[in-house]
Write a protein that binds this ligand. Sequence first.
Ligand code: ZN
Length: 482
Amino acid sequence: MIKKFLLAVIAALGVLTAIVLFNTFRHSSVQVLTRDNPAPALSDSAVRHFQRAIGFKTISYGESSLFDSTQFLGFRKFLETAYPNMHDQLSREVVAGYSLMYKWEGKNQSLKPIVLMAHQDVVPIEESTKSMWTVDPFAGTVKEQFIWGRGTTDDKINLIAICEAVEKQLETGFRPERTVYLVFGHDEEVGGRGAQSIALLMKQRGIEAEMVLDEGGIITKEKVPGLKKPLALLGTAEKGYLSLELTVEIPGGHSSMPEKETAIDVLTKAIVQLRSHPFEAEFSEPMQNFFDHIGPEMPFLQRMAMANQWLFKPMIVNTYEKSGPGSAMMRTTMVPTIIQAGIKDNVVPTQAKCVVNFRLLPGDLSDEVVARVKEIIGDDRVKIERLEKGAIAEASAVSPVDGYGYKTVDVIIKQTYPDMLTTPFLLIGATDSRHFGEVSKNIIKFSPMIDPIGFHGINERVSLESYQTAIWFYYHLFRSLN
Ligand SMILES: [Zn+2]
């Protein structure tokens, strides 16, 4: 009997191993192969233009009263003088005061246009971090083979590289097959009303784009464990954004004779409840695509796990969950960001409030999230309201991996950077392109730069090599638009 049982176990294990191995070996590379064509040397004028662009303090503040229009007007003037052919041969419209839309007429009017995006604005330098910068953040310093300053990585590298590539093409008398729109928003960091207005304008004019390309994923040499080659991350979707305000009101009083439960007690309990019940980890479509693309490039064990998710999903979740970004790619996240209660040490406050910020996975609708939050808290004394001031946005649609956008950008990357892997992925942050869902089905979020440093932070910088290849990337792109 025991012998029979053992034999059955061995047989089952054998079948299991065979399935796992079969899936592993069938899980072969999906990378496109093409000949690369390395970038030419960076010209002095290209470096100078980038440096000058950093010099404009095109800062988006939370407070609109701090907005300095002269910086944006100065930046616009600078573009006009630095890129004379572009301003001579492309038409330009100013939208929402400071956002710019250029149109480069293509040769073939029967082809749908494409839209390239970048934003002019940058985030402020926090007062408390000013002394930690080793360079002036608005001087455009070049040292140690990097360009330093606020906005170098987010997002002036894209804006300037696009202009450099257009100007270079125009100097040779080139005209693209398709019409190209350039959309340079001015307030991406505070919601992107400029880009939103341009998207609306395009919709009103009946413009349907074959592809929209905006900032997003980057090229990383070190961030994905197990990969030996550099990897370009092409965002095919971005998470949604929602802030909820929780309010509890219970009559307070003197702190010398407190009631059994106060507004602060009920609110903190609700926060603890929420934090101890995170949303389930899920492999949304972009994540599934991510594993399909990087799995075959991994060492044997990881490749086996990704090829057999039916068996190893808990293990993969476990690995990715260890880091904040890894966890955020797999679930709708929530975190309290503002808390308010009380004014005096001997008064029990009547009201306690907390703002909780959510980032929604594609497929998790904000209504469902609100319902789930109510259920988790399970206490009617906690009033739950959407925060009006926070821009509520559902997660974007997922751009298809076999669509024009992904396929085009994929090939251009392979042509620009030797020996590079590419993969779709889910962008955790928000970009201006989320407003373009009705302009195009193919929205790709990718910034052609290699491991930038100090994004939104201290000593922000990007390598000269990244800038050099970014220009070349857009240059190639214009030539392949058929
Ligand atoms: Zn940005």
